[in-house]
Ligand binder design. Structure first.
Ligand SMILES: Nc1ncnc2c1ncn2[C@@H]1O[C@H](COP(=O)(O)OP(=O)(O)OP(=O)(O)O)[C@@H](O)[C@H]1O
Ligand SMILES: [Mg+2]
Length: 350
């Protein structure tokens, strides 16, 4: 069932078109990640949903009730929406405990217990309860902001890069904790992130924004496997992008003739392969299929980048491909390797 409908939302600040005709439907209990470069309109969209900004055009419907558009404007505090903003926005004069308990009834019998539970949930030590925000690190402030938003048990939670000030280990734990807490409460969530792993693992839908436009919206699997364009392809993971000519369901490219997905466009195009589709094996002169020489190996622990040089008979310059490989049994520089491709190549639409 659709819980939130974003219908043709547009917003300009003077000459800047921050959002242009954004359409999205979000299911109840769903987790949506919004990704896109800096300035693409992510925060503006969250602020419009929360009620801190008014859209110029378009409408918003939450759980069957109009929030904005067509002459309606429900104020932020009546929307039942929680937001963790990019800067945390804690009340500087209040203690950690009072920040977290801000929306809880002052005289509620279980107020202190609830604050302690929320602090534990976001892994904040109880001794911090009496501190003020300026006495906390950036990551601790983000966790206070998260606890404050969770305290109100919102129907919809908006998270604007809430984990950006945390280090990798804590970031992963927090992301899992928040996903678990939201799922247990049946809360619908929208997360803005710059981190592709975070977007793919947190969300069941990913929205890609660029220059105020929604470029692509779909499941993490669909976006990873079938991105529309180069930026989306490279944002969501390592991608090998090749110029190709598509004829009769095959792509003619530097790796020979590769199968493409049915229904792909024809003619000159860019194709994409994910590194897990490619195997490098040691070859001998006269080996069949595309071969190349290892030019360089960049050691990266579990994953290594192998730069392969492919000499061309039809061109003066060789082609170079960077291929990510699992970090054992990697052929060394100078080795002749065969490059085999598994599964169809994806043809980019743009
Ligand atoms: N209050 C405002 N007044 C004028 N321009 C604004 C205002 N808020 C945002 N903008 C502009 O609108 C565009 C979108 O901004 P927004 O904050 O939504 O980007 P973002 O995708 O959240 O970027 P980031 O990843 O850097 O947080 C930018 O060009 C920004 O400068
Ligand atoms: Mg932002």
């Amino acid at each position: 069932m659709t819980f939130l409908t974003i219908d043709a939302i547009g917003k300009s600040y003077g000459p800047t078109l921050a959002l242009d005709a954004i359409d999205m439907k979000i299911e109840a209990g769903g987790r949506t990640a919004i990704v896109g470069p800096s300035g693409s309109g992510k925060t503006t969209l969250l602020r419009i949903i929360a009620g801190f900004e008014t859209p110029d055009v378009g409408s918003l419907i939450l759980d069957g009730r109009a929030l904005a558009g067509k002459g309606v404007l429900v104020p932020a505090h009546k929307r039942g929406i929680g937001i963790v903003s990019q800067d945390g926005a804690l009340f500087p004069h209040l203690t950690v405990a009072d920040n977290i308990g801000f929306g809880l009834a002052k005289k509620a019998a279980d107020r202190d217990k609830r604050i302690a539970e929320l602090m534990e949930m976001v892994e904040l030590d109880g001794i911090m309860a009496a501190r003020r925000p300026h006495q906390l690190s950036g990551g601790q402030q983000q966790r206070v902001a998260l606890a404050r938003a969770l305290a109100l048990k919102p129907r919809l939670m908006l998270l604007d890069e809430p984990f950006s000030a945390l280090d990798t280990g804590l970031r992963d734990t927090m992301r899992r904790t928040v996903a678990r807490v939201l799922r247990a409460a049946g809360t619908t969530a929208i997360l803005v992130t710059h981190d592709q792993a975070e977007a793919l693992s947190f969300a069941d839908q990913v929205a890609v924004l660029r220059q105020g436009r929604l470029v692509q919206f779909g499941s993490p699997r669909a976006l990873y496997g079938k991105p529309r364009d180069r930026e989306t392809a490279t944002f969501l993971g390592e991608a090998i992008l090749l110029d190709a000519n598509i004829v009769s369901g095959r792509a003619d490219c530097v790796l020979g003739s590769l199968v493409v997905e049915p229904g792909s466009k024809k003619g000159r195009a860019t194709i994409m392969l994910r590194p897990e589709q490619i195997r490098l094996t040691t070859a001998t002169a006269g080996s069949e299929g595309p071969v190349g020489h290892v030019d360089d190996v960049e050691f990266g622990g579990g994953d290594c980048m192998v730069l392969v040089r492919i000499d061309r008979t039809d061109r003066a310059m060789p082609d170079f491909l960077s291929i990510k490989c699992v970090g054992f049994d990697i052929p060394g520089p100078g080795a002749l390797v065969r490059i085999s491709v598994h599964g169809p190549a994806h043809v980019l639409a743009d």
